[in-house]
Write a protein that binds this ligand. Structure first.
Ligand code: SAM
Length: 449
């Protein structure tokens, strides 16, 4: 790169040297500091984010600001997370504003709950290579609001993430990350575009969250456990690594269309999903459930199958439970992407229908057990929502209780969950009501601070 072509925009090599001298500092290897000094590349990496007005961009490890310069726009929010205390004052001085926040912290310790409620989140970073894997696990987790990540990684890791089956790069990381994300290796970067030059080549990848019709409904924990054990010894045949299938292995291999001597890397992602499906406990059919049908005064008239109730908009009953911890934070669950109604929306701690012959409190206790895997604490009723189109023709009894967790959310029902302060939830719901289930938005005003 010719330093004389330096523009006032972007970090050139001479600008990096000048800045480091001004800050009386030098790149620190233990922080994975390799600063990008190619402005066209920086611009190209940022373009992969496809930034739209209203987006919330999060940069991990902004360093001297090589990418950051191209991220600043009046119509977006920007969050910068930098660990190096020597660089933070410079970042604050240069970038902090009404729409840009600088966090001086380890990105692994950053509280992801901070990122909800300020617009659709996209994440970018030339990641410090020493912690790229745990950073991806965190920022691509169910608790992360990110819809897209654009990351510069060590080439070897990028190749593992984007690998096809039957290659030596294909492994547990490919499958576990690829289950929820479409991953694309965009371009390779030579070491020469960084100062100092890293010892390895790099690559830029994009990760886009898969739509629900591309993710087979399965317990992710079952999938991951199988995959990790399957790849624990790559040269071994799968049947020797997955003892739970021992008795039926010939039949299972034939159904998958593979030889019984198959090894982990020979199974394509869809075949791994089929294997995980075989290993998953089969859940009861929803269609077989019966609910009490009630009149406009919430008096039981008769009972009907679930589908009949829903298709005909018959009045029925439900309970919503709100669990608070000792700090007064409310546990919200994020509904699974496979839910028929309001998939991926944040909702009460747990909620569910009252079954035929049940009362509200019994249903509340049962649902807490089924959805969150806990014995119900003492529950107090704080009110009832009247049945209307807005409640999905449900009378809804609302209970509060105290519980510190941990919870074991039901895999196919609940994506994830977390405690949030009521103040945070109110501001978030005001800014992004679409992130919440419509019923929870009616429950929220009933809560006193
Ligand atoms: N984005 C800059 C660029 O492209 O020139 C810097 C990239 S450099 C590869 C990695 C950056 O991450 C450095 O600024 C480093 O201080 C920062 N960093 C290292 N470990 C970190 C961590 N745990 N949390 C947040 N930032 C970290």
């Amino acid at each position: 790169m010719d330093e004389k072509t330096a523009t006032p925009f972007g970090m050139t090599l001479s600008e990096i040297h000048r800045k480091l001298t001004e800050l009386q500092t030098a790149p620190t290897r233990s922080l994975g500091q390799n600063f990008l000094h190619d402005q066209n590349l920086a611009r190209g990496i940022v373009a992969l984010l496809d930034i739209q007005p209203g987006d919330h961009i999060v940069e991990i490890g902004p360093g001297l600001g090589a990418l950051t310069e191209f991220l600043v726009r009046p119509d977006t929010r920007l969050t910068l997370i930098e660990k190096d205390s020597r660089l933070v004052p410079h970042l604050r001085e240069k970038f902090e504003s009404g729409t840009t926040r600088v966090f001086h912290t380890d990105a692994l310790d950053f509280d992801l709950r901070e990122l909800w409620g300020a617009g659709p989140v996209k994440i970018v970073g030339n990641l410090p290579y020493y912690i790229s894997t745990p950073l991806i696990a965190k920022y691509a987790s169910a608790l992360s609001p990110a819809s897209r990540l654009v990351l510069t990684l060590q080439l070897e890791l990028a190749q593992r993430l984007g690998a096809s089956h039957d290659t030596s790069d294909y492994g547990a990381m490919t499958l576990c990350t690829g289950r929820r994300w479409d991953i694309r290796l965009e371009r390779k970067l030579p070491a020469s575009v960084f100062h100092p030059r890293p010892k390895v080549d790099s690559a830029v990848i994009t990760m886009r969250r898969k739509p629900r019709d591309k993710v087979r409904p399965l317990d992710d924990a079952v999938f991951e456990s199988l995959v990790r054990r399957g790849f624990s010894e790559r040269r071994k045949q799968l049947r020797n690594l997955l003892p739970e299938f021992k008795n039926d292995w010939e039949k299972i291999a034939s159904a998958l269309g593979v030889s019984p001597t198959v090894r982990a890397e020979q199974l394509a992602p869809a075949q791994w999903e089929s294997l995980a499906f075989t290993a998953s406990p089969k859940t009861a059919q929803h269609g077989a459930e019966r609910f009490d049908v009630v009149d406009e005064n919430d008096q039981v008239v008769r009972s009907e199958f679930r589908d009949v109730v829903h298709v005909n908009n018959l009045r029925h009953r439900a309970a919503h439970m709100l669990l608070f911890n000792a700090s007064g934070e409310l546990y919200l669950q994020k509904r699974s992407i496979w839910k028929d109604r309001n998939p991926t929306c944040w909702d009460s701690s747990a909620a569910g229908h009252v079954d035929a012959g049940e009362d509200y409190l019994t249903a509340a206790r049962r649902e807490l057990h089924e959805e969150l895997g806990i014995e119900a604490p003492e529950l107090t009723s704080i009110g009832r929502l009247t049945c209307s189109e807005a409640t999905g023709w449900e009378f809804i009894e609302i209970y509060t209780g105290q519980h510190e967790g941990p919870f074991q959310p039901a895999a196919l029902e609940v994506e994830t969950g977390a405690f949030f302060s009521l103040e945070k939830i109110r501001a978030w719901a005001a800014a992004s009501p679409g992130d919440f289930s419509p019923v929870f938005l009616q429950v929220l005003p009933l809560l006193k601070s």
